[in-house]
Design a binder for this molecule. Structure first.
Ligand code: PLP
Length: 394
């Protein structure tokens, strides 16, 4: 099938809830993707920060083939499977957490965190939750309520009750809401969809202190910024501020749907059998790929730390060359962004026509989340294309 045929079939059969670009992805190798008409693209989107190992990774292929040979893709949580327990033990070792709950997406990981916080809190008369303006936590009702952006709530009221919003990197705005009725604070240590906004050290330290003082849980949503993306296995490790609960998804399952909610010491033992569940949670094939990604995570993130600094330097140079169009450069590791004064959708489309996939975060921010295996040569090529696009009149 051609791109055009696939787009026509989609328009005839899909709900109209996405603004999709008119290409269909056919196959990939390394950091390169091909569409159904044979055009190739250097990929700096990675399926929205999912495909950490790029395309056609040999270890992922071997792990998946082994699962297929065993013949069991799914067991349910009535029974154990070795891949999921190995993935959980790797997660606890790498993050310093104590207990893991597996699910299938970022929204679900945050739903589990929300239920955990409410269950722990309700025994002590705490039900209220603080989250942040410009945050993003997913699209299910709990997760979208936590998401502090009006555009995601519009038309869907009423939201889940007892969620309050403070301003990111503004500790005073949290202090104004904080008291003993607060069960948890939900925060991304690096805001993603809200525009790639890096947390200040004193902000995360202040949140930790407030949670300690009021016996609330500090929940870090690292669905996007976790799993090596920022140059550490987990973003919170840049700050030395430990959460009580950590949400993960995106890159965790090596391209298969997988989420996880990690409980640290203070959030242990909240759930009892029957409190929470997910039919597909800990799915055998997804967990087998998670084992591969997690076994490489320390080495991968160390490389991202170095390559991320190189990338950042190149983006700063771009800002210097295009001061009229680039307002700001932000990010950590391989989660970088250019804040633009021109239409980001136009830039994305122009890059695509020149063979580079990039995406937006909000209305003005051009976001770069390449596979973690992207090389400095890939970075040079991507930056050259963006440079060319920003040099055009529009
Ligand atoms: C993508 C994202 C989510 C939602 O994940 P889904 O898998 O789409 O449900 C939640 N939080 C953050 C920070 C994200 O980037």
């Amino acid at each position: 099938m051609t791109n055009e045929q696939i787009v026509a079939l989609a328009k005839a059969n899909y709900m109209d809830n996405y603004a999709q670009y008119p290409i269909a992805i056919s196959h990939g190798k390394g950091t390169v993707l091909w569409d159904e008409d044979g055009a190739s693209y250097l990929d700096f989107v990675a399926g929205i920060a999912v495909n950490a190992l790029g395309y056609g990774d040999e270890d992922e292929k071997e792990a998946l083939l082994k699962v297929v040979e065993d013949g069991v893709l799914h067991t349910s949580n009535l029974y154990y499977n070795r891949h999921a327990v190995n993935a959980a033990s790797l997660l606890n070792r790498l993050a310093g957490s104590k207990q893991v709950f597996f699910c299938n997406s970022g929204a679900e990981a945050n739903e589990a965190a929300l239920k955990l916080a409410r269950k722990r809190g309700s025994a002590k008369g705490k039900t209220r939750i603080i989250s942040f303006n410009h945050s993003f936590h997913g699209r299910t009702y709990g997760a979208v309520t936590l998401t502090g952006q009006e555009k995601y709530h519009k038309g869907f009221a009423p939201m889940v009750p007892d969620v309050l919003y403070a301003d990111y990197n503004d500790l005073a705005s949290v202090e104004a809401l904080m008291d003993d009725s607060i069960a948890a604070i939900f925060v991304e240590p690096l805001q993603g969809e809200g525009g790639i906004i890096v947390a200040e050290q004193s902000f995360l330290e202040g949140l930790r202190k407030l949670c300690d003082e009021h016996d609330a849980l500090l929940v870090f949503d690292e669905v996007q910024c976790g799993m090596g993306r920022t140059g550490r296995p987990f973003c919170f490790q840049h700050y030395g501020v430990q959460p009580d609960v950590l949400s993960l998804a995106k890159a965790l399952g090596g391209g298969l749907p997988m989420g996880a909610t990690l409980a640290f010491e203070r959030a242990q033992g909240v759930f009892s059998p029957g409190d929470h569940a997910s039919t597909f949670g800990g799915n055998v094939a997804a967990a087998a790929l998670a084992e591969v990604v997690l076994s490489k995570l320390e080495a991968l993130s160390a490389e991202v730390d170095v390559k991320g600094r190189y990338f950042r330097g190149k983006l700063e140079e771009l800002k210097g060359r295009h001061p009229d169009k680039v307002v700001d450069v932000r990010g950590l590791g391989f989660m970088q962004a250019l804040d633009l004064s021109v239409s980001v959708r136009t830039v994305v489309e122009k890059c695509m026509s020149k063979g580079l996939l990039v995406t937006s975060a909000g209305y003005t921010v051009l976001r770069f989340v390449p596979p973690l295996v992207a090389s400095t040569a890939d970075i040079d090529k991507a930056v050259a294309i963006v440079d060319e696009v920003l040099g055009e009149d529009f």
